[in-house]
Design a protein around this ligand. Sequence first.
Ligand code: SF4
Ligand code: SF4
Length: 466
Amino acid sequence: MWSSPIYIDHGGRTLLRRSRYVLVIPLQNREFLFVNTFTGAILFGPEEILRILNGVNPEQETSEEVSALVSQGFLTELSPKEETEKAFKSLESIQSLHRDHTLFALIPTYDCNMRCDYCYVSSVFTRDEPWLQRKMTHSQVDAAFKAMETLNPHTRAPIHLLGGEPLISSNYELIEYILTRGTRCDKSFIIVTNGLESSLFLPLLLESKITSLQITVDGIEEIHNRRKKRADGTGSFCQIVESIDQLAEAGFTVYVRVNIDHSTVRTLPSFMEFAHEKGWDQRDNMIYLSPVRHHTPGGCYNFMHNLKKEDLQFLLGDEVLRDVFLRGLGPIAQKLGFVDKWLPQMSYCRSYLSQTWFDPFGDIYLCTDTLGNKEEAVGTYYPEVTFNERFNQWKERTIFNMKSCRHCRYAMICGGGCGNYAAQTKGDLLKPDCEFSNQAVDVYYPLFGKMIQGERKRTQENIPGE
Ligand code: SF4
Ligand code: SF4
């Protein structure tokens, strides 16, 4: 916890105190990472800075040091109450930057030709066949496009096609209809596919505007086949690898997502050797590691649910794995401020303000973990666009409306936590879920901080004369 406020008198003119939004993360070699969770400022420095922030021996401080800390928001003249008020006032003015309904996703069907161990919609596979095999009709596709146009005519984000599995042969005519319909109104697509039957779709994909495809490989063949089986129980590794090569050779941007957990981490060097032989690691940012995470406290940003701290050490200790692991951690780096343009988070994930899913039953969902559970749908897009009370609750779920979040110093990196988990475990969509912030302080900030420290050290060692 941060220390109680200590005021510094500078020549009797200004009283400064440590901002209530300052986090202090100890790193190696008595260095610290200082973060201001409201301004997004990130600073590396010695204990001396901590001493200034805590107002110990103020007469020793130079005005330059103090001014630098004031300009980045680490020291402030404001009381904690005034600081909170000022922060929320300025958040109101950037609210419009978090546009409503910017990411649209179509689920042509929940059906899939694979049965992965950890699928985020795995619960739907216990449903009866007619439910599972339900597909969007042409009228629903038309209605979905009309709804997108109404909800946000200005979004330039590609439409996501997911499932279930969008690219299965029995869906061909439907996918053709969707892609043609999209191409007509100049829409591009990101397709998340398992790749098993993507070769059938190649000519169609070549005629459409496909921004990228994402295909998952779970590591070396033995691991992958154990976790990612076809619906008939056989392995899928060889076919998926062939599809990745085929799509990449056809000129598509293909992202290979490698789902990892504690049980697979130590086999990853062998997988990266395989990826190197395939030339996948020579394509820009093609591979990234992504910890398995769904239906957990912290929801989509809980990267630690299936990993242990020693796994992180292992991943970061290997130069090849480190790069692909950090690429996968991009969304977390983004939330915590390790990016050029950081925006304070007013909500935890895209589900509240921008992520909108259209399913084959005419329903709209906002959260991935709720897909297919009709009682969690927030409205319909077919036969007409309607929104229900659940939708209003999701929209309410911001740090403006959750009392404990409003007064929390993690608010602008956290945004209130996973709403779905809060709803499932606390019975209230408007309750906070603090898992992410706990992990941020315990794991993610030290992780990124030590990474940057290491990079700086390597750079200094490579500078002649340093
Ligand atoms: S969910 Fe918890 S940690 Fe996050 S902003 Fe709310 S109170 Fe703070
Ligand atoms: S509320 Fe957001 S973070 Fe939580 S499971 Fe849903 S989409 Fe993921």
